[in-house]
Write a protein that binds this ligand. Structure first.
Ligand SMILES: Cc1cc2nc3c(=O)[nH]c(=O)nc-3n(C[C@H](O)[C@H](O)[C@H](O)COP(=O)(O)OP(=O)(O)OC[C@H]3O[C@@H](n4cnc5c(N)ncnc54)[C@H](O)[C@@H]3O)c2cc1C
Length: 257
């Protein structure tokens, strides 16, 4: 049973017209923050939403939120370049994120939905889509409950099965993926590299999985799996294994000793 929310996210709006941000949205994945990340999303009025996510498994812990939020703004060279130097930003706010779904989201006369039910992806910290899908499942359950006149825990437990089948089953793998990302940051480099090298179709297929639109099993399709596996091996080799081999001490049985 997970009692407390495990992740946390900051937010500050940046006034429209005061920044130099040119695109709709960017995730900034700094090694020390992985599997958390920072992101900027553009709103329709040119206002920007700057967020920093701290997700369990990495070096940062929730109490670091304020520092992470400001240090990235002040020191991340790419973020600084994207925002320019004259932007106006509001003070930071933050809120907890309960990840991965709670084990019991029902009781007599009770259904728990959205953030309260932990309907937040453990990899991305995103929950809007799951809050809506979970609410749909809750509504379906309640329509049936009214029809047969049952609001007891036993009947309402069907809601848990419904949301689990719809999206909850993905959360376990997403949690594993976030731990993998923290352990092997090279994987993030390889995903970015492949997304840059390939066409838009590849990028949107990848984005659909990351946003929860497509199942994680879609990563196993050859179109995604082959280039990503190749890039991951390349990155792991060049960043981790090859430098180690170059520095490796001579083995005791080396005849030149
Ligand atoms: C900084 C930040 C950035 C995020 N960015 C993203 C993102 O980019 N994409 C994404 O998918 N998810 C994002 N999330 C997660 C997303 O916001 C939530 O998963 C989603 O909003 C959950 O919806 P909800 O309806 O469960 O809860 P909420 O959206 O929090 O809605 C709950 C509502 O209930 C109201 N309320 C609380 N108590 C009471 C009460 N006693 N009486 C009456 N009303 C009450 C609250 O005021 C609130 O309006 C972010 C979260 C944070 C904190």
């Amino acid at each position: 049973m997970r009692d407390n929310p495990q992740a946390i996210c900051s937010r500050s709006f940046i006034d429209g017209g005061t920044h130099e941000f040119e695109t709709d949205g960017i995730c900034y994945m700094e090694r020390d923050l992985l599997p958390g990340y920072a992101a900027i999303f553009r709103h329709p009025n040119d206002e920007l939403n700057y967020c920093a996510y701290i997700i369990p498994g990495g070096k940062a812990v929730p109490s670091d939120l304020k520092a992470v939020h400001h240090v990235l703004l002040d020191n991340n060279p790419i973020l600084r370049r994207h925002l320019g130097s004259n932007y106006t930003i509001e003070p930071m706010k933050g809120a907890w994120l309960r990840l991965g779904g709670i084990p019991k989201s029902y009781g007599d006369n009770l259904l728990i939905i959205g953030d309260a039910a932990g309907h937040i992806d453990p990899l991305t910290g995103e929950g809007i889509q799951f809050a809506m899908e979970g609410a749909e499942k809750a509504a379906e359950t309640l329509i049936e409950a009214f029809r047969i006149g049952r609001f007891d825990e036993r009947f309402l437990s069907t809601y848990q099965d419904k949301w689990h089948r719809e999206f909850g089953h993905k959360f376990g793998l997403a949690e594993k993926a976030s731990q993998l990302m923290a352990r092997y940051p090279e994987l993030v480099d390889s995903m970015a590299r492949v997304a840059n090298e390939r066409d838009d179709e590849f990028f949107f297929a990848w984005a659909d999985i990351m946003m929860g639109e497509a199942p994680w099993s879609a990563f196993l399709k050859p179109k995604l799996a082959i280039p990503m596996a190749a890039a991951a091996i390349r990155e792991l080799w060049s960043q981790r294994l090859s430098p180690r081999l170059r520095q490796a001490p001579k083995r005791p049985y080396d005849s030149s000793l």
